[in-house]
Design a protein around this ligand. Structure first.
Ligand SMILES: [Zn+2]
Length: 253
């Protein structure tokens, strides 16, 4: 074991000369969750990332969700990381787009996806998840979504289709991805790491054995994805999935 550890540490220095703190994901420690407001990133005319901020192990990280505009209203994928940022999101959607929110989909039962569920429910906006996410959310005190999503299903929102797909265990036992077939946007959520990520992040509920095959299932199903949005960090293309696979092959590096 001692040898393995030393070996890993040596390789880490070689392959990743930057100290952890210099990663672009980590923000200035002077900023706090309370002072952070939401950011908007436009991917396509009808699809935006809502970028919120939350703390993990004492550091502030950004987190991505989606806002999808349709002729009937707005679909939101994942809540911001905090309740105040969720309130801000709901208000901004009204002022920015003058559309009602049709429903929210949560992609797994962690607070960076679900912290704002009660804000949606107070406004009588349906919150959809799979059975498993609803069960885990209830157990962990993240609110109670309506478990209407099959592990592979398509919802219609006006003229826009929203497909959810459960590829198997990865970052969490319940992580799903969301596919927008008209715009070829894949929301990978926390199953997918951004290209700047040098490790797998929060692996408390991860399955490091099965994660690889789950990512491969997503790659096989959506080979024509043009945009891939990870749970945290910058969006990109399908190489985010391949980068995640590389991290999984050597999770300590
Ligand atoms: Zn998570």
């Amino acid at each position: 074991m001692g040898f393995l550890l030393t070996h890993c540490q040596l390789k880490k220095v070689e392959s990743n000369p930057l100290p952890q703190e210099s990663q672009s994901q980590i923000l200035s420690p002077k900023k706090t969750v309370e002072t952070q407001s939401l950011e908007w990133i436009k991917i396509k005319e009808s699809v935006w990332i809502h970028k919120s901020f939350g703390s993990f192990q004492g550091k502030l990280y950004p987190s991505n969700g989606l806002v999808v505009l349709t002729n009937k209203g707005v679909v939101v994928i994942d809540t911001p990381w905090t309740e105040p940022q969720t309130e801000e999101l709901i208000q901004s959607i009204q002022t920015k787009f003058q559309k009602q929110i049709l429903f929210l989909i949560v992609t797994h039962a962690h607070d960076d996806r679900m912290a704002g569920v009660s804000s949606f429910q107070k406004k009588k906006i349906p919150v959809y998840s799979t059975q498993l996410t609803a069960k885990l959310a209830k157990e962990n005190g993240y609110g109670i979504p309506s478990p209407i999503l099959d592990i592979q299903t398509r919802l219609a929102a006006g003229k826009v289709s929203v497909e959810v797909f459960y590829p198997g265990h990865g970052h969490s036992p319940d992580n799903i991805v969301v596919w927008l077939p008209e715009t070829h946007i894949l929301f990978g959520g926390c199953l997918v790491k951004d290209l700047d990520a040098s490790d797998l992040g929060n692996t408390k509920d991860a399955n490091l054995m099965l994660w690889e095959s789950s990512v491969k299932r997503v790659l096989a199903r959506y080979p024509d994805a043009e945009v891939v949005v990870p749970g945290h960090g910058n969006w990109g293309k399908l190489d985010l999935l391949r980068h995640t696979l590389r991290l999984l092959v050597s999770p300590n590096h």
